[in-house]
Design a protein around this ligand. Sequence first.
Ligand SMILES: NC(=O)c1ccc[n+]([C@@H]2O[C@H](COP(=O)([O-])OP(=O)(O)OC[C@H]3O[C@@H](n4cnc5c(N)ncnc54)[C@H](OP(=O)(O)O)[C@@H]3O)[C@@H](O)[C@H]2O)c1
Length: 336
Amino acid sequence: MKAIVFDRFGEPDEVLSVRVLADPEPGPGEVRARMLFSPINPSDLLVVRGRYGVLPKLPATPGFEGVGVIDKAGPGLLGKLVLGRRVAVLNNRGGNWAEYAVIPARQAVRIPDDLPDEQIASFFVNPATVLALVRHELKVPRGEWLLQSAAGSALGRMIIKLGQHDGFLTINVVRRKGAIDEIKSAGADAVISSSEGPIEDQVRRIVGSSGVKYALDCVGGDVGTALFNSLAPGGRMIVYGTLSNEPIRIDPRLMIAEKRIVEGFWLGHWMPKLSHGALGIPKALGLFHEIANLIRSGVLATETGGVFALDDIADAARQAEAVGRRGKVLLRIGTK
Ligand SMILES: NC(=O)c1ccc[n+]([C@@H]2O[C@H](COP(=O)([O-])OP(=O)(O)OC[C@H]3O[C@@H](n4cnc5c(N)ncnc54)[C@H](OP(=O)(O)O)[C@@H]3O)[C@@H](O)[C@H]2O)c1
């Protein structure tokens, strides 16, 4: 099979190449997916650069999610149930940027036929994170403000749409002034640019002097610091990404005297916790059902920002990080 491989950590357009490898075989409890599409997510490129929390042994193939058809099942009942089916291929070990990927059978998620392949390719990582952050962790009430950074990201746009759907208000930080009108037309209640003066001042002009109770940051550095400084006493910020690769600076007095809270989130920790125990399987199925419905209604839908063949991986990786691009870059790997 053809697969994208890297044998040293570094810049994606320098270290990723297409190789021919032996087709992988599923073991007990595993299935093999013939891959159709896989997206290029920030987490995939963090792995390639050696900057992700968990790194693979090299050489490795990236790709945490995607859509495929199960063409082979190892011993075990679960695998037989998905044989021949189109599924979301949830691959927490990485390896979906290849013509075939082997995963545990329970991570091959059957998806209703009416959802298109391009939506299933990004079925899990961003939609599940949005629901986990907003509905399960922050539990943002109707009518409250939620402040978020990198609002033009695929995930940020889902949060804006979820705000419209669930009835909370979003203040959205973008890095380019030119993005303001477009994010407003995507449904944002307020948009501010980090290039237009201190974020915390702009936020307080919108919500009032005490600040916001809820914030989500995936940028870090000065932007993450400013989001923390925009919190009201008792306010809570969840940090879930590191796009700037810079640390956040926090005045500890604001945590001590004002009880402001900052904490980290990783879907890789959250999902096993949700699906653990006697009610784990129904809870995971409930989440997949919730995601499918919200993709169907457009709230958690992902826009496509370019489709590339495996052979064009260097161009695809550059496009995935081009400033001001819109939508998710997909690798088209096979056809049905
Ligand atoms: N913790 C978890 O479990 C988890 C799960 C899913 C996603 N995430 C994180 O969620 C974030 C968004 O993911 P995505 O797939 O939606 O991303 P995406 O679609 O690739 O979008 C990236 C966005 O970030 C902006 N951006 C990039 N670098 C920036 C910087 N240095 N400062 C400010 N803005 C910057 C870009 O702005 P322009 O429009 O100006 O180019 C673009 O809008 C990522 O950090 C990802 O790692 C975390």
